[in-house]
Design a protein around this ligand. Structure first.
Ligand code: HEC
Ligand code: HEC
Length: 282
């Protein structure tokens, strides 16, 4: 009898392995998704700016010339968060800027950049968001002035400023291609560093030429402007916040470095630096 049980053991082990295998694949997706969420700086807009705030539970006030937006709860809570969403809902939000009920998101949610994220990366991001502990924290309504509070108006804005569709993720295509994906699809550097026209659209003729945000200056990060920094200076700044003069990045950039560029893998950081310094970048 014992002999027979022992003979069955390899089969039992095989069955257990088969049952666990999809779970293991998912754990990998979640880990990749966490990394992508860092590269995309999702936390910065989806957590309150106070000690002990629940990550991704929303509540961050985002000031703009059109009023104050509040980053929503994107944990899988069924009522307070996005727990009832399907993966297709998530893909449509990120790729097209459209809510599950068909209404438009405001471009304070940088879907203009996130639309460039590839399908595989969206899948991993979704796996990561699903893995978060659900938070019951209620969303705070946006506080916008007329006529900017009309979601319908965004359809017209999108017509002017939004071209949906992914770009290649640059893997295996050289550091500059990978860096471009990190800066444009995930890192949304242009959302702060590119000036806007009076309708709030990014000026395509002046990519990374510097801007102002709520009265504060955002410096240019064009290759000409960054030429005074070596590649080493730039990667030091993007990983620790320290400038060549020994100053430290302040304000919004300090948070971008803490949550996002400071967490990039060495290879991705080098790719981002190569892209930022490439003369033919635009
Ligand atoms: C610059 C700020 C900002 C960043 C960065 C940001 N978001 Fe958001 N996000 C918003 C705002 C604001 C909204 C709400 C827009 C609206 O109500 O029209 C939003 C909405 C969403 C929604 C829809 C939630 C709902 O309840 O409808 C999802 C999902 C989402 N963001 C995911 C992400 C992910 C994933 C990332 C990182 C890759 C990210 N966001 C980065 C500001 C941001
Ligand atoms: C939320 C807004 C925001 C985003 C997103 C952002 N930045 Fe910045 N960045 C700033 C601000 C503000 C400063 C000025 C910081 C200071 O004065 O200390 C800055 C400074 C910098 C500087 C220093 C330039 C100089 O001449 O001093 C570099 C380089 C830089 N950012 C690169 C990037 C890159 C690369 C990305 C995308 C991965 C990015 N930034 C995303 C707001 C932002």
């Amino acid at each position: 009898m014992t002999v027979r049980v022992a003979a069955l053991l390899p089969l039992v082990a095989l069955l257990a392995w088969l049952a666990a295998a999809p779970g293991q694949a998912r754990a990998q997706d979640v880990a990749r998704g966490e990394y992508l969420a860092q590269a995309g700086g999702c936390l910065g807009c989806h957590v309150e700016a106070r000690e002990g705030a629940t990550p991704f539970a929303g509540g961050r006030a985002l000031k703009s010339p059109f009023g104050t937006f509040h980053g929503p709860n994107i944990t899988p809570h069924p009522e307070a968060g996005i727990g009832r969403w399907t993966e297709a809902d998530f893909r449509r939000a990120m790729r097209e800027g459209i809510r599950p009920d068909g209404a438009r998101y405001f471009p304070a949610f940088p879907y203009v950049a996130f639309t460039r994220i590839g399908d595989a990366d969206l899948r991993d991001l979704w796996a990561y968001l699903r893995s978060l502990p659900p938070s019951p924290q209620r969303n705070r309504p946006h506080d916008l002035s007329f006529p900017y509070n009309i979601r319908f108006g965004v359809a017209f804005w999108n017509f002017l400023h939004f071209t949906p569709g992914p770009m290649p993720d640059g893997k295996g295509q050289g550091p500059e291609a990978r860096g471009r994906y990190l800066a444009e699809a995930l890192g949304h550097c242009g959302e702060c560093h590119t000036p806007r026209d009076w309708t709030g659209g990014l000026r395509r003729d002046a990519t990374y030429a510097g801007s102002t945000m709520n009265g504060a200056k955002v410096p240019a990060i064009t290759p000409e402007r960054l030429a005074r920094w070596s590649a080493g200076d730039l990667s030091e700044f993007l990983s620790s916040g320290m400038t060549p003069d020994g100053d430290f990045a302040g304000g919004e950039m300090a948070e971008v470095i803490r949550n996002s560029t400071g967490k990039l893998a060495a290879e991705d950081l080098a790719a981002l630096v190569a892209y930022l310094r490439a003369p033919a970048r635009r």
